[in-house]
Design a protein around this ligand. Structure first.
Ligand code: CP
Length: 303
């Protein structure tokens, strides 16, 4: 049984195949008839132990466009609240003849644990601070589309709370496997030490980083994951690392601004920057459906 647990496990060829398949599905879903029969008779459960807007809706729509049957589970309002375990929960869902599990969980490694105990395909829709593989794939797809080619030698900055970000780690793996140069930018308290082993550069100067990059992927300060009061405060963060439209307009080149959402408007990105012509934030969301169709289609085909 095949899974998509993280980008770390993918080869560059795997990524190319997903990008090419997603490109075809994007053409399909831009037609008047958006649906294809590829996953008819496949049943997929979207199992969310953590909140989500984009990822959950995007997976559900991708499944519907592929003609799969879908069921949705949210931990809140479920028997998890009565103490049912992760494995019992998923085994009960699988007993209803479900073929694939798309799971978001607050614990890093939760989908990896599950993959050792169940026979269904698993897609990781975000596991705590660890990985968010489909986000990184849709980010790469959106960068390629906007830049008009592959990412070899492209300069990509990931700016924000790297320490708590599964989007950052999956993006680092994906971008390095595609030959891009990566700089992480943020306060030293929000950049983990292990990044030294990942072939990336680190900067603490946002203006210099913007001047260097072709793409700025801006991340949210994840207050919900911070156990202790981190330095800097939100006010300090926005003062030293926040990005506004004036900063983008003053660069003597065009750069692409991205954000996985949800945005803390006025903290990491001002509204005038998020909503400017520099931003492809809603293109990322649009592309997410095609990329998730590609992932589900390719995994189902491996069975
Ligand atoms: N980008 C992302 O994962 O958003 P959600 O948390 O709303 O799914």
């Amino acid at each position: 049984t095949r899974h998509l647990l993280g980008i770390k496990d993918l080869t560059p060829d795997d990524i190319e195949l997903i990008m090419a398949t997603a490109k075809e599905f994007k053409e399909v879903i831009n037609r008047p008839i958006k649906k294809v029969p590829s996953l008819r008779d496949v049943t997929i459960a979207n199992v969310f132990f953590e909140n989500s807007t984009r990822t959950r809706l995007s997976f559900e729509l991708a499944e519907k466009r592929l003609s799969a049957d879908t069921i949705n589970f949210s931990a809140s309002g479920s028997s998890v609240k009565k103490g049912e375990t992760l494995l019992d929960t998923v085994n009960n869902i699988l007993a209803m003849k479900v073929d694939m599990i798309v799971m978001r969980h607050a614990s890093p490694g939760a989908p990896h644990f599950l993959s050792k105990h169940i026979a269904a395909n698993i897609v990781n829709a975000g596991d705590g601070t660890h990985e968010h593989p489909t986000q990184a794939l849709l980010d790469s797809f959106s960068m390629r589309e906007k830049l008009g080619g592959d990412l070899v030698g492209k300069k990509i900055a990931i700016i924000g709370d790297i320490l708590h970000s599964r989007v950052a780690l999956s993006n680092i793996f994906a971008l390095r496997k595609q030959g891009a140069e990566v700089t992480l930018c943020g306060p030293s308290t929000l950049i983990p030490r292990y990044v030294n082993e990942l072939g990336v550069k680190v900067s603490h100067n946002v203006k210099e980083t913007l001047a260097w990059c072709d793409v700025a992927n801006v991340l949210r300060i994840q207050l919900e994951r911070q156990q202790i009061k981190y330095f800097p405060t939100l006010r300090e963060y926005s003062l030293y690392f926040g990005i506004n439209k004036k900063m983008l307009d003053e660069l003597n080149k065009e750069i692409i601004v991205m954000h996985p959402g949800p945005i803390n408007r006025g903290v990491e990105l001002t509204s005038d920057a998020a909503d400017s012509h520099h931003s492809i934030i809603l293109d990322q969301v649009e592309n997410g459906v095609a990329v998730r169709m590609a992932v589900l289609y390719l995994l189902a085909g491996q069975n």
